[in-house]
Design a protein around this ligand. Sequence first.
Ligand code: SF4
Length: 287
Amino acid sequence: MRLWRVEEAGRLIRSELAKYLAEAWANCGDENCLARTPFDPALVGVGRWWLGPFTIGNRKMGEIPFFSLPPVLTCPGATEFCYKWCYAVYEITNWRAYVREAASYLLSLREDFPQVVGKYLARLPHRVIRLHVSGDFYDEEYFEKWAEIARQHPDRVFYTYTKSFHVVRGEAPQNLIIHLSADPHNYIKAVETWREIKRGLITYVYTPGQEERDLPAIKYILENTDARILVFLNHVQHAPRLKTALWKWLREALGALSQRIVLDPEEFAGRPQCAECALCWRRGVLF
Ligand code: SF4
């Protein structure tokens, strides 16, 4: 399937603009240096809501810095579901974000990526960092760079959701929290991977009106793992939240198994934001 957003991301990765932005990030490491570059502050990442390649928060998460990559192109585990519903493809509609993702990808290719990230982390006071609001672990080498960053910053927590199941089987420290992102096309692989790595949540995006497809998948995951399932809402449809009705349906259909399901509070009830909820990185909840 050809998607404008994905083709544009490919064009931006090859652009001079992304190349020079990545170089500016690598050569700087603080606000003063970034402010002296010729770039627009919101592009190079100077101000309340950015620091270089990190964007500080969004509507769902609240004030949590994140590092993103271009969607689909950096997602070797992308499924048909991603092409049809990925919010990074359909809901991020900011050209600066597109350029920043492309430059972030170029930055991530550098051997000194962990050192460059370290310079920015030293200036971010936040304990929790989100990886990949858009994008994913595109190969083992890149995954190992984040594992190294997490090892070098044991006081921070890095969390992410991934479909790159074959990539995340490598060693990773406990403060790199990896949740497996299952959908109707990959949930059996998600189960196989979770049984191997035995860490994190398995997430599943529920699509209103698709109960006959989604229920067997959720049941299969619950019956074949001990994982907790975090259910997201397919909000690209802007469907009503339906939390009470969905709970009733899950309890009736799954009985005691439903006790291992969490409906994402922000997506189904509108609050709290992740910064307050913290379920996705709270110890004791995940394991
Ligand atoms: S469960 Fe909580 S922390 Fe995790 S994504 Fe939902 S709102 Fe954010």
